[in-house]
Design a protein around this ligand. Structure first.
Ligand code: SF4
Length: 341
């Protein structure tokens, strides 16, 4: 198997009770088949409680679901933001979704893509701790993955060729002070320009996963920040747009193998970067109790915050809410990918 991961991957460790958000709210937890079977046999009051909330998946799949409470939380989220299943059962209490988050592992043939999602505030902290372009680490072991047909092997190598060419161009074109999304368009078959006219409607049509989303959309409209276009030429934040472009490119290029077009992926990246820029420009700030600022070491921050620190924290919050709202719904990702402007 060949494994690929970004250079920041190994720095992650969950900050649990110190986290300004939680990963146990906003989205239902899918309970994989092995965990479902474990919970079905589990003795004692905690077993009874799990069985009283767990339901079969609606699509008839081989898994179950923990539906959210009326407050939009996982039913096992305790008031101290810790997991009651973990507290009662340790690692065994975690189903696959909970033990993996915010990591994800995508396997195609003998190739595994390993990454962290920016919907976790601690991942956002790590991601925004440096302005250098992301580098990707490749390792290999002797195990074989699922065998692909000759046609699939060819298609997969074309996907990686495309991804690596765009990645290289992005990093070469970045001036250090400006990020130019045109470099993405230069890899498109049919897109000669990037039109943002329909983007506000697309964003408004997404399934709401984060309760703050309407507030964010209102801020964009009220401040007119959706008039803002690239390039970003503020040296305090421009390098992060390159890193974000690399993140989206690495994460979603593999979708081409599963049916998306190259232009779908380029559009998704352009729309994601633009939305994050709009949220940032709108001045929207997460509540102090939910801000990524809480993940930063107070001792390393100026008091009061410098203008650069304020900008970076605002961009971190914009990125976090974008990822929480869009990236945990296949439907929302498809909305940003598919509809042509
Ligand atoms: S969002 Fe990230 S840091 Fe917060 S509890 Fe979940 S995994 Fe831990």
């Amino acid at each position: 198997m060949i494994f690929e991961r970004p250079d920041y991957y190994n720095q992650f460790s969950c900050i649990a009770g110190d986290c300004p958000m939680t990963c146990c709210a906003g989205w239902e937890v899918d309970v994989d088949a092995a965990s479902r079977d474990f919970f079905l046999e589990l003795k004692g009051p905690i077993g009874d409680e799990v069985r009283s909330v767990m339901v079969d998946s609606e699509d008839g799949g081989d898994y179950a679901v923990f539906p959210l409470t009326d407050e939009g939380n996982c039913p096992f989220l305790a008031s101290n933001k810790l997991c009651r299943l973990y507290s009662a059962l340790g690692e065994e209490g975690f189903c696959e979704t909970c033990s993996e988050y915010p990591r994800y592992f995508g396997v195609t043939g003998s190739h595994q893509q390993i990454d962290l999602t920016l919907s976790c505030p601690e991942v956002v902290r790590i991601f925004f701790a440096t302005t250098s372009p992301v580098t990707f680490v490749t390792t290999e072991d002797i195990m074989d993955g699922e065998e692909l047909s000759a046609d699939e092997t060819l298609r997969l190598s074309e996907v990686y060729r495309f991804r690596d060419a765009v990645m290289e161009d992005l990093t070469n074109a970045f001036s250090g002070s400006e990020f130019f999304p045109e470099i993405l368009l230069s890899h498109s078959k049919d897109l000669s320009t990037f039109d943002t006219a329909t983007l506000p409607d697309l964003l408004a049509s997404t399934e709401v996963l984060d309760e703050r989303w309407q507030e964010v959309l209102d801020a964009i409209q009220t401040t007119g920040s959706h008039q803002k276009a690239f390039p970003v030429n503020d040296t305090d934040i421009a390098p992060f747009f390159l890193r974000l472009a690399q993140y989206f490119l690495f994460r979603y290029s593999i979708d081409i193998f599963y049916g998306s077009s190259r232009d779908d992926i380029l559009l998704l990246i352009l729309r994601s970067l633009t939305t994050i820029l709009w949220i940032y420009e709108s001045g929207w700030c997460a509540l102090p109790s939910q801000s990524c600022r809480l993940t930063l070491d107070e001792k390393e921050l100026s008091a009061p915050l410098s203008s650069k620190e304020e900008k970076v924290i605002r961009l971190m919050d914009a990125t976090l809410i974008f990822s929480r709202q869009i990236e945990h719904s296949l439907e929302n990702v498809e909305i940003l990918k598919k509809a042509r402007s």
